[in-house]
Every structure is written in structure tokens, then in C-alpha cells.
Design a protein around this ligand. Structure first.
Ligand code: GLU
Length: 478
């Protein structure tokens, strides 16, 4: 058992915007650290060669903060083991590389790309794993010096033990066993002098004191190499949990089409952090409690043993379910805030609460709240075709009575509809559809009894005049 303080990490490469798959990895690491009262570290796996990485680094920090996944060590938060961006850690990698070189555990390889490609093909054709032949492993010191003197480019390979076995216990996938001969000597430093990605990644985890690495199973093949490197360097090997990747409904990796929206897009659309937490914490992980949980509860009840091995299928309907759940838990003030500026500009302050009470059950995103605010508080009503048809079907007399009912009962919807019912012997759909249609331009929506007082008698009268006026002119044309 690792006696060091519990530490997890999120180590994104800032090459683009975070999407749900990345955030899920961040969330699992966050929840585990929070549960243990440990540290959640953020490391930026950038390199100088990445373009635009600063912009993406800021964006991912914003996304994490918006989601409330605060990290207590790393980029922007400080800590003892910085810097926390790989682009600034070149000297550290160099130091460890030199240690391997000096102990003879790394050696230069002069094989050309072309030569290696042919060897790979031959091995595959012969049904053997495409591992490095070890050709340069046995070069004499004099040979090496001569080739360097001629300016020949070389990569550096790690000398893997022959005929060995490498075992480790993956906290999700169980015992893992690898034959070192299937791995072969691998490149840790490219011919341009830059270190291999998994070399930096392993060293950082070890020297930053990460005790548990939770990451996508696409990194599982790196793990035996990383363990060998850390052991060779005398560094402490963390524990690993490789989580199944998120796939679309079709089983293929998430794409734009199957729902890989960026966190920024989800945020702009109006998804709430609580909806994202509750959805992602259950994507490939199960809880017994199916109610909306706070981050604190999600953390307390999270367990690595409850992570599934099968790919996690993205399901938009589930995400929407949690969005609705999250909305139900918002206070009136929070809902109001979540509706955003355009809605704030339309709703008169004294009708704010009544508006929220009227629409909250029908609104999942700010765009929908805006639509209802426009319907209720502006004069630009767009009539849908079915609504128009309902008005036509009701006929002129319906609206004559409605006009009178409004004069008599004001915005008391029940009294207004009772009067129509009594006067015209209409009921059910034939009563409520034309009413809703003429007042809102739609056939569905929030309760009319709540909407009518917001629309007001003036506007209602004007709508009846305008839309049932269409009815008269239609009749005249006939
Ligand atoms: N930078 C890697 C990535 O974004 C992270 C690898 C890891 O988590 O170990 O995929």
C-alpha cells in the first residue's frame, strides 16, 4: 500500500476544447480526491510544438471552474511540485533521461524510419508482435561514438528486460500481465531531442506524488512501459485505473454527430453543472441512489469498484433527464439567473415570479424561456400552422364570446373559459385549443391560467382582434 497522501490528477493535452469524455475523467479523479480528503491536481500536458495551447489551457481551466471541479494543486493553483505545464518541465525530463543514459538503461538507436517500417511489416506478416529487433542494443561504444561523430541522427530507447513479465493490478480491469519480449525496447527520446509523451507523463505522475491515475483505457498500453521506466528510475509507481471510453449510441467513439459537444457548447445551451455531474458520474459507474446528488454526495458514494469495464454509451435522453432534475432543485432566484440577460430584458420586475411560476415546468433551456417571454411580453407573435387551423375551426362566434368574457372577467382564465363553455357548449380540446392558439400562437405550453394574467387583457384583446380578424377576412374571401 502506498502510504503517501492520496492524490489524483487530470492531465489534459490542451489541443482543443474539453468535451464530455474528458470531463468525465476529470470528474472521476475529482470525486475520488474529494472522497479521500486528498488532492486533485491539474497538469497541462502541453508541448512547445502545440499550437494555440494557451487559449485551450485557459478554456479548460474555465470549464473546470464552471463545473465546480476545483483543483487544489497544479496549473493556476500552485504547489510544491511545479511547474505544472509540461512545456516548462524540460529540465526535469532531461535529468531523468540522463540518469537512464548513464546507467546504461537507455541507448541510442540509429535505425531509420524506413528500416523500422520494413521490420514492422515483416513481423506482422510473420504473425509476430511488431517489436523492435534490438539491433542497436548491441552496438559497441566505439560504434556509437563514430556514428554520432558522423552526425547520424539517433532516437534513444529504453532497454527492456529480456524474457521478463510485467504485472500490475488495474483497479478497474483487474490483473494485467505483459511479456516484456512483446513490448521490446521503446523510444523515450526522439531524434530531435524531445522526450516521448508517455515518458514525461510517467515521470510527472511519480514526482508529483500522484497515488492513483484514473484515465481512459486508450492509455492502457502505455502503462507497462511507464511502470518499467519508473522502476528503473527508482520512482514510486502510482496505482492505475483505466476507465472504459465513452462511445456514441452506435458504439463508435464519440463524434460531433453522436453527441461529443464541448463543455462550452453545453454551457451556452444552458446545461447546469449539476446535470452534467449527475449524468457523467453515472456514465459507466453506478450509484444505488437515483436522485439528484450534490458533488459532495457523488463523491461520498463514488467507488472505483463500481466502474464498468464495458464502453460507456452516451445517451442524450439521460443527460436531459438530469437537466430536468437539476432544474427542479433550483430556487426561484437561481432559475431567474439561469434564464439569462435576454429574458431579464423582457420580463417586467413585478411579474418575474409569476413568469417563473408559469413557465418553469415547460422550460429546460434559456432559449425556451426566451421564447415564452417573447410570446407573453412582446407583440411579435408567430402563429404556428396548427394554431391557425384551431382558430379557423373555432369560428367567429367563439371569439366574440371570448372578447366579452375578457371584458367581464379580466384575466381570470377559469371564469373566461367557463363563460365560453356555457355560451357555446364547447368543451375539452375545442374549448382550450382555440383559446391557447389565439393567445399564444401555439397549441401547447404552460398553464393558461398562469399565462393569461401575464399577457394581460390589453394584449389578449389585441391578439383576438388580429387573429380572429384574419378569420373574418378569410371568410369574406370565400
Ligand atoms: N494528456 C493525456 C491525454 O489528454 C493524458 C494521459 C493520462 O491521463 O495519462 O490523453
Amino acid at each position: 500500500m502506498d502510504s503517501r497522501p492520496f492524490k489524483t490528477r487530470f492531465a489534459p493535452s490542451p489541443t482543443g476544447l474539453l468535451h464530455l469524455g474528458n470531463i468525465r475523467t476529470a470528474l472521476f479523479n475529482y470525486l475520488l480526491a474529494r472522497q479521500a480528503g486528498g488532492t486533485f491536481l491539474l497538469r497541462l500536458e502541453d508541448t512547445d510544438a502545440m499550437r494555440g495551447h494557451e487559449k485551450y489551457a485557459r478554456a479548460l481551466e474555465d470549464d473546470l471552474r464552471w463545473l465546480g471541479l476545483e483543483w487544489n494543486e497544479g496549473a493556476g493553483a500552485g504547489g510544491q511540485q511545479g511547474p505544472y505545464a509540461q512545456s516548462e518541465r524540460g529540465a526535469i525530463y532531461k535529468e531523468y533521461f540522463t540518469a537512464l543514459e548513464e546507467s546504461g538503461q537507455a541507448y541510442p538507436c540509429f535505425c531509420s524510419e524506413h528500416e523500422l517500417a520494413i521490420a514492422r511489416k515483416t513481423a506482422l506478416a510473420g504473425g509476430r508482435p511488431p517489436r523492435y529487433s534490438g539491433k542497436c542494443r548491441v552496438l559497441s561504444r566505439a560504434d556509437v561514438e563514430a556514428r554520432f561523430a558522423r552526425g547520424e541522427p539517433a532516437t534513444w530507447r529504453f532497454r527492456v528486460e529480456e524474457g521478463g513479465r510485467l504485472e500490475f493490478e488495474d483497479k478497474v480491469r483487474g490483473p494485467q500481465v505483459f511479456n516484456t519480449d512483446d513490448i521490446g525496447d521503446f523510444v523515450i527520446r526522439r531524434s530531435d531531442g524531445t522526450p516521448a509523451f508517455f515518458f514525461c507523463n510517467a515521470i510527472d505522475d511519480a514526482v508529483m506524488g500522484v497515488t492513483l491515475v484514473v484515465r481512459g483505457e486508450d492509455h492502457l498500453t502505455n502503462t507497462p512501459r511507464q511502470i518499467m521506466l519508473l522502476r528503473a528510475l527508482g520512482l514510486t509507481v502510482p496505482e492505475y485505473a483505466h476507465i472504459a471510453l465513452v462511445v456514441g449510441a452506435d458504439g463508435a467513439p464519440l463524434s460531433k454527430r453522436t453527441g461529443s459537444r464541448s463543455v462550452q457548447e453545453l454551457r451556452e445551451q444552458g446545461f447546469l453543472p449539476a446535470a452534467i455531474h449527475n449524468y457523467l458520474a453515472r456514465l459507466g459507474h453506478s450509484y444505488d441512489d437515483n436522485s439528484l446528488l450534490t458533488l459532495d454526495r457523488l463523491a461520498a458514494l463514488f467507488s472505483v469498484t463500481r466502474l464498468h469495464r464495458a464502453p460507456a454509451r452516451y445517451d442524450e435522453a439521460q443527460l436531459m433527464h438530469w437537466q430536468r432534475e437539476a432544474l427542479l432543485h433550483l430556487s426561484v432566484d437561481e432559475i431567474w439567473r439561469s434564464m439569462g440577460e435576454p429574458v431579464h430584458a423582457l420580463v417586467p420586475p413585478d411579474q418575474r415570479e409569476a413568469f417563473i411560476a408559469a413557465v418553469r415546468a415547460n422550460v429546460v433551456f434559456p432559449a425556451e424561456a426566451l421564447r415564452w417571454a417573447q410570446i407573453v411580453f412582446t407583440d411579435t407573435l408567430a402563429m404556428t400552422h396548427p394554431a391557425r387551423a384551431a382558430i379557423t375551426a373555432a369560428g367567429e362566434e367563439f371569439f366574440d364570446v371570448l372578447r366579452r368574457a375578457l371584458e367581464k372577467h379580466g384575466t381570470d382564465f377559469k371564469a373566461v373559459s367557463d363563460m365560453l363553455r356555457a355560451a357555446l357548449a364547447v368543451n375539452g380540446k375545442s374549448l382550450f385549443q382555440p383559446l391557447r392558439a389565439v393567445l399564444t400562437g401555439e397549441l401547447d405550453g404552460p398553464e393558461m391560467a398562469k399565462l393569461l394574467p401575464l399577457i394581460g387583457v390589453e394584449r389578449a384583446r389585441e391578439r383576438i382582434r388580429k387573429f380572429s380578424g384574419d378569420l373574418c377576412s378569410n371568410n369574406e374571401k370565400k
